[in-house]
Design a protein around this ligand. Structure first.
Ligand code: PEP
Ligand code: MG
Length: 595
């Protein structure tokens, strides 16, 4: 048995036989042809381009019908490569000059372009290179008589394993026998991850060397909750996972049933549970799982989707209207662009390498640096908020009042501009900020006077406060939500929000873990936002916890010296307060998986 760790996408546990998909079919060898045959070869190449175009258009239509037109846009970029005259002309010149097969010529041209992209060292071009590679492989397969991945005759339940899959491969995985996929490369913000999520296909990406560790036919467990792949599991692990899988399926059915029940604690505190989403398709799932609105829509995913272009004002408008309409009457908090840091795409327009991107041009700073992009987003957003009163606007990475005022001034300028163009707008849109930078937390009293709400982003707040890169595995052990310093900071933010009478919520990962959520409830939060599939567990916790008793057991959670001690105190208190079965399922089992 061997366990590998990566990034989990689209939650679920899948158990099945590994099927390795390599690209051996695209291994190309140099083959020369007779000079007289070169024109036939050129024709064959042109025909392959035509066939690739037909295939991509068909995938595009399929994606559009299945998961929405906005996801199909990715394939427009693929089609553009087929119109790239340099790629086509250079290949034809190569065939004629070298009297070689079209696949050899095309492969040489393709590799040289991919090499140029790679040498630019810019993550934007690396991503463009991946798109080109996806298209290139398709053309090579056509030229070599291969068929696109086809799974019609699958008999066993399969987990597809590969080095990296392009978005067009993923769409072919939409088959009842394919339960999920795992790759060596890739991460949360790739197009592949976005499409997997939209299809609800569990995946674990970025496993580094899964293709070297697993063989086709091996039994594999794919745990996308924890981002784990377990190869050849022993009996005990397999049984435990089968149990977890059944429990999860049961939980989904149960939670969908109980989703409509209000989330009220035993001592009568009503808690609003909302969802964080990355793509509009998640609204349905979020509501089905019991979320009462969207507490965070990460609009950077909309930008990633339209890369290398930017979403137009109308795309912003349509997307926000769609999310608001589907979520009504519940609120929808739309966070403006938060690219930067580990979210790579921004370099395409910043054009500078940053030594310390997490502290660089990210979030609202990037928006102030490129106000044109920011204003386009705000125009779409303000127009949508005029039509949908449930839309709220939120700014990420705010460090203090000065920055907030600059941003608010831009919002009001954009509103004036729209009004002067005769567009009906609403002046009372609720505007809030993420509290995710320690300086903002400490001036929460000042900020609270100038906004309608706070949402605590514990993912970044912990990262910046404890000085640990949230994406760096080596320092991950320091990432401690129970750190007494973090608890004091949370107490301060919540208190200042209450003093000013504004709503304070938490949309960081802390809200999705029952153990940490119990701390947040203890501290007085009554609004939590989390990924859709975490809602049922937190809903369950809320309905069975007595917050008063927890406060009696632990009057001041920040008094313990260490996070370890705080955790032990919370676990002990919850063991007494929650029904034993609930404690086992939410704190013990969940703790093993999450916290
Ligand atoms: C956070 O920082 O806690 C947060 C919710 O924002 P993101 O994870 O998108 O940075
Ligand atoms: Mg954040």
């Amino acid at each position: 048995m061997e366990s590998l760790e990566g990034v989990g996408v689209a939650t679920g546990i899948a158990i099945g036989q590994a099927l390795l998909l390599f690209d051996e079919e695209t291994l190309v060898f140099k083959e020369t042809i007779k000079v007289d045959d070169t024109e036939k070869e050129v024709d064959r190449f042109r025909a392959a381009i035509g066939e690739a175009r037909r295939q991509i258009e068909a995938i595009k239509d399929q994606v559009s019908a299945k998961i929405g037109e906005e996801h199909a846009v990715i394939f427009d970029a693929h089609v553009l490569f087929l119109d790239d005259q340099s790629l086509i002309k250079e290949t034809i010149v190569f065939i004629r000059a070298e009297s070689c097969t079209a696949q050899w010529a095309f492969n040489q041209v393709l590799l040289s372009i991919l090499h140029q992209f790679e040498n630019l060292g810019d993550p934007y071009f690396v991503e463009r290179g991946k798109d080109l590679e996806d298209v290139g492989k398709r053309i090579l397969k056509i030229l070599m008589g291969g068929k696109p991945f086809g799974f019609q005759n699958l008999k066993e339940n399969i987990i597809v394993i590969g080095n990296e899959f392009g978005p067009s491969n993923i769409t072919t995985f939409d088959h009842p026998k394919i339960l999920g996929f795992a790759t060596d490369l890739g991460g949360q913000t790739t197009h592949t991850a976005i499409i997997a999520k939209a299809l609800g296909l569990p995946a674990v990406l970025g496993l580094h060397h899964v293709t070297r560790r697993v063989n086709s036919g091996d039994l594999v467990i794919l745990d996308s909750f924890q981002g784990k792949v377990i190869i050849d599991p022993d009996r005990k692990t397999l049984d435990a996972y089968k149990k977890m899988q059944r429990a999860h399926k049961r939980q989904v059915v149960l939670s969908k049933k109980s989703a409509q029940a209000p989330a009220i604690t035993i001592d009568g505190i009503e808690v609003q549970l909302q969802s964080n989403i990355e793509i509009p398709q998640e609204v349905d799932t979020a509501l089905a799982y019991g979320a009462r609105g969207i507490g965070l829509y990460r609009t950077e995913f909309l930008f990633l989707h339209y890369a290398p272009d930017f979403p137009s004002e109308d795309v912003h408008f349509d997307t926000y209207c769609r999310i608001a309409a589907e979520s009504a009457p519940f609120p929808v908090t739309i966070r403006t662009l938060d690219l930067g840091g580990e979210k790579f795409f921004h370099r395409a327009f910043v054009k500078e390498k940053e030594l310390n991107p997490v502290m660089g041009l990210r979030g609202v700073r990037l928006c102030l640096f490129r106000r044109d992009i920011f204003k386009t987003q705000l125009r779409g957003l303000i127009r949508a908020a005029a039509d949908y009163a449930n839309i709220k606007v939120m700014f990420p990475l705010i460090t203090g009042v000065e920055e907030l005022r600059i941003v608010r001034k831009i919002v009001s300028d954009v509103a004036d501009e729209l009004e002067s163009e005769g567009v009906a707008i609403r002046r009372d849109i609720q505007i809030g900020v993420m509290i995710e930078v320690p300086s903002a937390a400490l001036v929460a009293d000042h900020l609270a006077k100038e906004v309608d709400f706070f949402s605590i982003g514990t993912n970044d707040l912990i990262q910046y406060f404890l000085a640990i890169d949230r994406a760096n595995d080596d320092v991950n052990y320091l990432y401690e939500p129970f750190h007494p310093g973090i608890i004091r900071l949370l107490q301060h933010i919540i208190q200042e929000g209450a003093n000013a009478g504004i709503q304070v919520s938490c949309c960081g990962e802390m809200a999705s873990s029952p153990l940490y959520a119990s701390l947040l409830l203890h501290l007085g939060l009554t609004q939590l936002s989390m990924n859709p599939t975490s809602v049922p567990a937190i809903h369950h916790l809320v309905r069975e916890i007595h917050v008063g008793k927890l406060r009696e057991a632990i009057p001041n959670p920040s008094k313990f010296t260490t996070g370890v001690e705080t955790r032990a105190q919370f676990r002990a208190a919850l063991k007494n307060i929650l029904p034993p079965k609930t404690f086992r399922r939410l704190i013990e089992d969940h703790g093993r998986r999450k916290s």
